[in-house]
Design a protein around this ligand. Structure first.
Ligand SMILES: [Fe+2]
Length: 181
C-alpha cells in the first residue's frame, strides 16, 4: 500500500518560496498609505515628482511617490512584475489596456477598439495588476498634489516606455529602474 504524494511532507518543503501576491501587495500599499506620519514625511516639489524607496513585503520593491499637479508617467509596463498602487492623498487617474501585449519583437502595435480602461483613484483607492500590465498614471488636478504608494514583485527588472498616437502604441525605450526613478 503506497502513501499518496499529497501526504508526503517533503513535497511542500521542495516547492519554491512564492513571492507576495497581488492581494498582499495591495494590502501593503493600503496599510502604508494609512501611515499619516510616513505620508507627511515625503518632500513635495511643485516642479516634479518626488519619491522615497520603502521596504516592501517579501523582497518586493516599494515606493512612496509625490505627484505635483499636471504630472504623469507616460505609457509603460512593468515586464514580468506584478504590482499594486494606492492613492494616499489627492487623486490619480489611470489609463490602462485590458489586452495582454506581445512582450518582444515589435516596434509599433495597432490596438483594437474597446481595450482602454480609465480609473479615478481618490484617496484610499488603489488597484493591483498582473504581469505585463500596460498603463499610464496621471495627476490631472491643477491645484492639488497627489501622493501614492506602489509595490512590485519581483523588483522591477526593466520598464518599457511607449508613446501613443490614437490606437497606435510605439515602443520608445527600455529603461532600467534607475533611469525611471
Ligand atoms: Fe506603472
Amino acid at each position: 500500500m503506497s502513501v499518496s504524494p499529497s501526504l508526503t511532507p517533503s513535497a511542500a518543503v521542495a516547492a519554491p518560496a512564492p513571492g507576495p501576491t497581488q492581494a498582499e501587495l495591495l494590502d501593503f500599499v493600503r496599510r502604508t498609505a494609512g501611515d499619516a506620519e510616513l505620508i507627511a514625511s515625503l518632500p513635495l516639489d511643485p516642479e516634479g515628482r518626488t519619491w522615497v524607496r520603502l521596504e516592501g513585503p517579501g523582497g518586493s520593491e516599494a515606493w512612496l511617490i509625490g505627484w505635483p499637479p499636471g504630472t504623469g508617467t507616460g505609457w509603460h509596463d512593468h515586464a514580468e512584475s506584478v504590482g499594486a498602487f494606492l492613492t494616499a492623498s489627492g487623486e490619480l487617474k489611470e489609463h490602462s489596456l485590458t489586452a495582454r501585449l506581445p512582450t518582444d519583437g515589435w516596434k509599433t502595435l495597432e490596438l483594437t477598439e474597446g481595450i482602454d480602461r480609465e480609473r479615478r483613484l481618490g484617496a484610499g483607492k488603489g488597484r493591483s495588476f498582473g504581469r505585463h500590465h500596460v498603463h499610464e498614471v496621471l495627476n490631472e488636478s491643477t491645484e492639488e498634489h497627489a501622493i501614492s504608494v506602489h509595490a512590485y514583485y519581483p523588483p522591477l527588472p526593466q520598464i518599457r516606455r511607449y508613446s501613443r498616437s490614437g490606437q497606435v502604441l510605439r515602443l520608445e525605450q527600455v529603461e532600467r529602474p534607475a533611469d525611471w526613478q
